[in-house]
Design a protein around this ligand. Sequence first.
Ligand code: ATP
Length: 237
Amino acid sequence: TEGDRVLTVEGVHAYYGNSHILHGVDLDLDEGEVVTLLGRNGAGKTTTMRSIVGVVPPREGTVTYRGQQISGMDVDDISDLGIKLVPEDRRVFPTLSVQENLSLAKRLAPESDRTVDEMYDIFPVLAELKSSNGQNLSGGEQQMLSVARALVQDPDVLLLDEPTEGLAPVIVDDLREVLRDVVEQNVTVLLTEQNVQFAFDLAERGYIIDKGEIVFDGDIEEIEEREDLLEDYLSVS
Ligand code: ATP
């Protein structure tokens, strides 16, 4: 039911080597929400997502998923719980076809009820490219494939790291429509974006991160109206 807490990030500190990047990040996601994490380049958005999925394990603080502490768990175990990151660099397998990329993802999540054919319904552009190799897809097509690979694994929580990066405006429109369908399917989403308008269009709630700290959180309508926030933290004015 709506209002149920799915994910809680509490006081998370993260480092790359000795570089202290996250300084006590707090955020939470409720069932079925689309929440955006906004901030300038280098503010710590990607690192926050990597901390949640265990790629950059928190050195302090906790991440809790449906009541279970996941910080400290292995990346694969966190993924198996249904928390999937679609990274900024997309990482589709270049020499595998679209079909093979999707089948492989599906095989890695045998408990998923979703099928590759369903993905072709949601992403018609991929249906036309079934036998094309990953490396021959455009940036937008690769982004669709990345999202589809995560979705075929029937994620409970989807972390989308700057999905519009490098995409032509018309492709961004397509992606927005597709993601609207995705969020109808009972997935809880955390979205980071440099394209603030894209995030505003999709999310209900947002957090603003600056220098590894959450400096604001609130409803999207409120963030949209706060020109001071947009100027100070998002380079928009
Ligand atoms: P971007 O839009 O650039 O991805 P971001 O908000 O996602 O911005 P992060 O990628 O989380 O920011 O980076 C936060 C800080 O960590 C930056 O100062 C960045 O230079 C640094 N950083 C990121 N990755 C590494 C790494 N692998 N090793 C060392 N420092 C890193």
